[in-house]
Write a protein that binds this ligand. Structure first.
Ligand code: GSH
Length: 211
């Protein structure tokens, strides 16, 4: 049985959980509490040496790093696939993952630091505005790339790892005040609706966001 160790609202965890759900794999979700420091426990450090989520165990194998986990799931459980077969499309999926994980995630870190981890009275409003503007501008660039491809999903007419990687970051950016909007990112608004309608979304929605 697969065990999936995650943090509620962690976009890196969520991208893995979306893939687990899309592949309809049986798994046991193990929610670690950030506030209790469970991700830094000796037990979790043995799974994930940087004390981060997600981590996953499967049949004696222990994995960390969301990209390695997603790739493992695709190779170990290929059907249904979350990768196109065409080499050019596969390369585009990987570029979109890197756009999200390297560039958007880095920019978002500055938003999260202020919006989620700094008490309101201590926030640097100018820094927060600037970081939100940079996140929005990266989302507009995603919009331009995806809309320009004229497909239903970020790369092609089937959902792929690109969609399951971007969706959690688009959602968390929205909660941090850098939401997509119909005037500037119409393609992304429609895409998000399509993604939200998939059963994998409801089944993996961060538990503490429901409250
Ligand atoms: N490169 C890692 C990043 C994982 C990551 O940064 N996870 C965050 C939650 S979104 C975390 O565990 N942070 C806790 C910490 O760094 O102490 C991956 O792709 O899995």
């Amino acid at each position: 049985m697969i065990r999936f160790y995650y943090g509620s609202g962690s976009p890196f965890s969520w991208r893995v959980q979306l893939v687990l759900e899309e592949k309809k794999l049986p798994y046991e979700p193990v929610l670690l509490s950030f506030s209790k420091g469970e991700h830094k426990s000796a037990e979790h450090l043995a799974r994930s040496p940087h004390g981060k989520v997600p981590a996953l165990t499967d049949d004696g194998l222990t994995l960390y790093e969301s990209s390695a986990i997603v790739e493992y799931l695709e190779e170990r459980y290929p059907k249904p696939s979350v990768m196109p077969t065409d080499p050019a499309a596969r390369a585009l999926v990987r570029i979109e993952e890197l756009e999200c994980l390297l560039y958007l995630a880095e920019t978002f870190r500055a938003v999260a630091r202020q919006a989620f981890f700094t008490p309101p009275e201590q926030r640097d409003a100018a820094a927060l505005d600037a970081a939100r503007a940079e996140v929005r501008s990266q989302l507009e660039r995603l919009e331009a790339r995806a809309a320009g491809r004229r497909a239903r999903y970020i790369v092609g007419d089937e959902p792929s790892r690109a969609d399951f990687t971007w969706l959690p970051f688009v959602e968390i950016a929205g909660r941090a005040g850098a939401d997509v909007d119909r005037a500037r990112t119409p393609w992304l608004i429609d895409w998000r609706e399509t993604m939200r309608a998939r059963p994998s979304y409801e089944r993996s929605y961060p538990p503490h966001w429901r409250k």
